[in-house]
Design a protein around this ligand. Structure first.
Ligand SMILES: Nc1ncnc2c1ncn2[C@@H]1O[C@H](COP(=O)(O)OP(=O)(O)OP(=O)(O)O)[C@@H](O)[C@H]1O
Length: 305
């Protein structure tokens, strides 16, 4: 059974269609990337899953039921707008969130201390949030979203504001939650995290789904490039959309940039060259990056590599 199902959901605010007939489902253990430029509808979708706002039409199923307080115990959420009570300590904050999710105080406290330890904040458990750096406070908030070992973990732009070391730590936590069987949905503008982590991706533009699938499927949407060193016989090899000759290297050898169309296969091009003794000194396939796919499908507004 899917942990989260969004079926033909639309949300309009006055004349803005923030989410437009969106459907997708997320399975246990899956890491699902929510990608889209500014205003694409990512936060609005997450808020509907959390029952903070209601869809204008369509249906959402969370942990087998409709989104409401009853399934709060199974959900962890890291909002985009981070906010904690400054005069509460780190551990009290985490216990507070655990209690909101229906945990016993003692269980929340020991889970919270374990998380703080894992996040390198064991000695700051009693520090007030207001005395912590922004990154530290963000880790406390992450701990608060994980304290109840959620079956559905929703993270809205979780990497923003974290330094590279803590971004690595967050990646580990996402992988750990998925290994434990949780479905993890996170939104991001940063393609590298999505490339490294996601089992599947959803690309949104103006509230509409532009693509859903694996990273490989996303890359297959664009032509791939082959950097080769070959003689001019390469130009006649079948399966190439283009063969652009570059620098001459002597004795008839040239650098080439070869383009294989999206439906093509660089492996088949190489096999043809080998079977037909087409002279080749170098053959390196460069597949389209997720960044290139993203720019092609949704434009380059608000996207980072
Ligand atoms: N409460 C609201 N009232 C009116 N319009 C809203 C409201 N919430 C969101 N919108 C509009 O809905 C659209 C989608 O916004 P949303 O915050 O979901 O995008 P997003 O993909 O999360 O963007 P970002 O990456 O910038 O956070 C935007 O045009 C936004 O202005």
């Amino acid at each position: 059974m899917s942990i989260l199902t969004v079926a033909s959901v639309t949300k309009t605010f006055a004349d803005v269609r923030a989410v437009d007939d969106l459907s997708f489902a997320v399975e246990p253990g899956e890491i699902y990337g929510f990608l889209g430029g500014n205003g694409a509808g990512k936060t609005t979708t997450l808020r509907m899953v959390l029952d903070i706002i209601r869809p204008t039409s369509g249906a959402i199923t969370v942990l087998g039921g409709s989104p409401d307080r009853d399934n709060a115990a199974g959900i962890g959420f890291l909002p985009e707008e981070r906010g904690l009570y400054g005069n509460m300590s780190a551990i009290d904050t985490i216990v507070y969130f655990g209690r909101l999710k229906g945990m016993e105080a003692g269980a929340a406290r020991s889970a919270g201390l374990e998380l703080l330890d894992r996040f390198g904040l064991a000695d700051r458990a009693k520090s007030n949030i207001s005395d912590m750096s922004k990154g530290m406070a963000q880790k406390v908030q992450l701990a608060a979203s994980l304290v109840n070992r959620p079956r559905l973990l929703l993270l809205d732009e979780p990497f923003s504001g974290l330094d590279p070391v803590n971004q690595g730590l967050l990646e580990e936590e996402i992988l750990r939650a998925s290994r434990d069987g949780a479905a993890v949905v996170f939104s991001t503008h940063v393609m590298q995290h999505a490339e490294r982590l996601c089992d599947r991706l959803l690309l949104l533009r103006k509230g509409q789904k532009r693509f859903e699938g694996t990273l490989d499927e996303a890359r297959d949407l664009l032509p791939s490039r082959i950097d080769a060193v070959a003689k001019d016989t390469i130009e006649k090899v079948p399966g190439l959309a283009k063969a652009k000759r570059g620098k001459a290297l002597g004795d008839g050898w040239h650098e080439y940039t070869l383009t294989v169309p999206p439906e093509g296969d660089a492996g088949a091009v190489l096999e043809h060259c080998t079977a037909n003794s087409v002279p080749l000194r170098q053959f390196a396939e460069q597949r389209a990056s997720l960044h290139e796919v993203f720019v092609q499908l949704v434009g380059d507004e608000g996207v980072e590599r």
